[in-house]
Write a protein that binds this ligand. Structure first.
Ligand code: ARG
Length: 471
């Protein structure tokens, strides 16, 4: 490694081989180009695929068994160094693949230079990222399922706890808390399906595609696939090195899931406020104020709200990277990783936070019931009562709206109205009016499939258990 007149260091080449470059790399170019700072997290997949690759090279007679054994021993040592945190990255390690090969050659000697036979970094990196996506998508599906279970348990604990349901954040119609929590269960059930799909998209082995056209050796890709847990090999070498759909699919699933969690976070922020007072969040997922001793801040719930756009941005950014990108490998593709990694880290933390908060939230039955017993939320039921007596719904809607207006103007409750006053609004209003206003009637009347009546919520709980059992 000689110096040069410009004062830049001459880039080292792997195994001290001859370089085609007369000029050294500009240090800023090296910083721009280097990915080892973030792609080092791929090392377990890189080591695993290199092991499988070395084995395949020997099995197909491309390298000797002796060389294979030397490579495997060297990879074992490199793996131990990486696992123990003893591995020393160098400034001129461009990426994790080159760092591992550089170290392998130091540890095992020149035989290290045989590992890259019939392999390019293009199929190598696609393989690492596919393995990573498959693993994290499967893990996400599991974490989503754990949250589904937590929601289901919470729904069962609060089966008949009334609360107001909202539209436009205005009290609309009462529902049971179980019903509301199960709404998230079904969102997450769809998320889980999306992660399972994403994992399936990462199930074709790119390795063996070489730089783009295939390799000059009769490799055994099927054997490699089996060893690395892929169910099949990619059909087309050009597609194999260009493809990052599995990363997009993970990110798309993560973006939708994080968006769902942001809605849960938003509701937990509202519900845990003094104004709502519907629940208290567990201490483990809240923090105090540095100034105001009485405060208990729902930071985790707030962050559930705010992290989602970040995950969505990663999806959007990778779409941007891939947009109009000519085939095959381009260095642009290196920009898949930070988006993917940050989305994985963010989503996994958000799922843990959502689970912790739902498991530990203490709901206030009285407070929710009081909010749900506001008679105004029975307005639709009163209109439907008129419909049952033959009034057209649109007319009934107007009649009850007039009644509500009078009640608000006069500062009265709907149940205060006398039969005579009611009759002034509509002949049919007096019949059954006060029964309709009786608490609980509005909930139990929602008997349509998927509605909040207990009989329907019980159906839903059974369906939810089945969804979890048939995952
Ligand atoms: N660090 C590179 C990446 O993440 C590895 C592949 C490099 N391939 C190449 N032809 N320069 O994409």
């Amino acid at each position: 490694m000689a110096g040069d007149p410009s004062g830049h260091r001459v880039a080292r080449t792997l195994a001290g081989t001859v370089s085609r470059f007369a000029q050294p790399q500009d240090p800023d170019f090296q910083r721009l180009n280097r990915s080892v700072g973030f792609d080092r997290r791929l090392w377990p997949y890189d080591i695993a695929q290199s092991r499988a690759h070395a084995g395949m090279l020997a099995a197909t007679g491309i390298i000797s068994e002796q060389d294979r054994d030397a490579l495997l021993a060297g990879l074992g040592e490199v793996e131990r160094e990486l696992a123990d945190g003893r591995f020393e990255f160098r400034d001129d390690d461009e990426d994790i693949h080159m760092a591992i090969e550089r170290r392998l050659t130091e540890v095992a000697g020149p035989v290290g230079g045989r590992l890259h036979t019939a392999r390019s970094r293009n199929d190598q990196v696609a393989t690492d990222v596919a393995m990573y996506c498959r693993e994290r998508a499967t893990a996400a599906a599991g974490a989503v399922e754990a949250l589904m279970k937590t929601l289901l348990e919470a729904a069962e604990r609060h089966l008949d706890w009334a609360m107001p349901g909202y539209t436009h954040l205005q009290r609309a119609q009462p529902v049971y808390l179980s019903h509301h929590l199960l709404a998230y269960f079904w969102m997450l059930d769809r998320d889980r399906g999306r992660f399972v799909f994403a994992a399936g998209q990462a199930d074709r082995l790119p390795l063996g595609a070489g730089a783009l056209a295939g390799v000059n050796f009769p490799t055994d890709r099927g054997g490699l696939a089996g060893e690395l847990g892929f169910s099949r090999v990619s059909e087309n070498s050009i597609d194999a090195v260009s493809n990052r759909d599995f990363a997009l699919d993970y990110l798309a699933a993560a973006a939708t899931c994080a968006t769902h969690l942001s809605r849960l976070g938003a509701e937990l922020v509202l519900w845990s406020s003094e104004e709502f007072g519907f629940c208290r969040l567990p201490d483990a997922w809240t923090s105090g104020s540095s100034l105001m001793p009485q405060k208990k801040n729902p930071d985790a719930a707030e962050l559930l709200r705010a992290k989602a756009p970040r995950v969505v941005a990663h999806l959007s950014a990778l779409h941007g990277v891939l947009h109009a990108l000519a085939l095959t490998y381009n260095k642009d593709l290196q920009e898949d990783k930070e988006h993917l990694f940050d989305a994985v880290d963010t989503l996994e933390l958000c799922l843990a936070a959502a689970r912790g908060m739902i498991a530990g939230a203490r709901f206030d039955r009285e407070r929710m019931a009081a909010a749900a017993s506001d008679e105004m939320v029975a307005a639709t039921d009163l209109a439907d009562g008129l419909v049952r007596q033959g009034v057209a719904f649109r007319e009934a809607h107007g009649v009850v709206a007039g009644l509500v207006r009078q009640a608000l103007d006069q500062g009265r409750a709907l149940s205060d109205f006398s039969d005579q006053e009611l009759a002034e609004h509509h002949q049919a209003l007096s019949g059954g009016f006060h029964e309709l206003l009786a608490q609980g009637a509005w909930l139990e009347s929602k008997v349509s499939e998927g509605g909040t009546a207990l009989i329907r919520v019980r159906d839903q709980l059974a369906a939810a258990h089945e969804a979890l059992a048939t995952a």
